[in-house]
Design a protein around this ligand. Structure first.
Ligand code: CUA
Length: 314
């Protein structure tokens, strides 16, 4: 119940898009039918407990009854009817969520899950980013999902239901949308190792104009590929895992070309500011156990140089 508090950002009962509303509508139908079943079954149970309990003076064993054909037929048919009724909106909603929407424009995004971060690629726009998924309000997003390592699950409680991401050639996909500009929290929803709980992301819904401006900024060249920070980045081997266009082409960790355009770092773990970047660089494994980001043993001055450099990658 605490998890459903309206004050919390991952409240699936506060949908902010058509897809999330459809899912909530289905949930409510099933919830209230289940509630009626619960009350009836528990009511009968409590009635039986009190009505047939042993009373003072009862010495004989009660009549021993085996089998009651009308009752057994009834409690076979009743659940079958309930399930058949539930199947109608369930199948309808599944079908609706699986189909491309009528009329609305489509924004295509490829999502790749990694231990423990999210890669977002816009194949039609030539944009590659991490941990912050920008979407235009008024479009339906078609997310195709896959994993680079093990099974993860994509979940944005206020916008989208859960879909697993599988390694190998199998891709899954789902549609979702947002009504209003805003930020929505996402979270990996499939246990995927020591830092599963640290595999967060944000969906940033924007007006089409703001989204277009963001795309232009993401496609711009990297802010700096030379200077003390870029040299240190190269010398410490950061480029083996991270891409900065024009400087390094690592594919293990998030693309950092426009790192400072994001509000968070370490897969939503921290707000991006100097202090938090330094904390992360000083000992990534203390923040995210099992992370492939090693502890590089950086000196304080190296950390300061890298913080300054990363913060300039607008
Ligand atoms: Cu990825 Cu849990």
């Amino acid at each position: 119940m605490a998890a459903c508090s309206p004050a919390l950002p991952q409240n699936t009962l506060a949908p902010a898009g058509e897809v999330a509303r459809d899912i909530l509508g289905l949930f409510q139908v099933i919830f209230w039918m289940a509630a009626v079943v619960f009350v009836v079954v528990q009511g009968l149970l409590i009635y039986a407990i009190f009505r047939f309990r042993r009373k003072p003076g009862d010495t004989a064993i009660p009549a021993q009854v085996h089998g009651n054909t009308p009752l057994e037929v009834a409690w076979t048919i009743a659940p079958a009817v309930i399930l058949a009724v539930i199947a109608v909106p369930t199948i309808g909603t599944i079908g609706k969520l699986a189909e491309p929407p009528d009329g609305k424009p489509v924004a295509q995004v490829s999502v790749t899950g990694h231990q423990w971060w999210w890669e977002f690629q816009y194949p039609e726009l030539g944009v590659l980013t991490a941990n912050e998924l920008h979407i235009p309000v008024g479009s339906r997003v078609n997310a195709t999902l896959k994993s680079a390592d093990i099974i993860h699950s994509f979940w944005v409680p206020r916008l989208s239901g859960k879909s697993d991401l599988f390694p190998g050639s199998r891709t899954t996909s789902r549609w979702f949308d947002a009504d209003q500009p805003g930020e929505y929290q996402g979270q990996c929803a499939e246990f995927c190792g020591a830092s599963h709980a640290h595999m967060k992301f944000r969906v940033i819904a924007q007006t089409q104009a703001d989204f277009d401006a963001w795309v232009r900024a993401q496609k711009a060249p990297a802010a700096a590929t030379t200077g003390a920070g870029a040299t240190l980045f190269t010398n410490k081997g950061c480029g083996a895992c991270h891409t900065i266009e024009g400087l390094a082409q690592g594919k293990v960790g998030p693309n950092l070309t426009h790192f400072a355009s994001r509000g968070t770092l370490a897969a939503g773990e921290f707000v991006r500011n100097d202090e938090n970047i330094a904390t992360w660089l000083r000992n990534p494994l203390a923040v995210k156990p099992g992370s492939q980001m090693p502890n590089l043993g950086l000196s304080d001055s190296d950390i300061q140089t890298l913080v300054t450099y990363l913060q300039a990658l607008k």
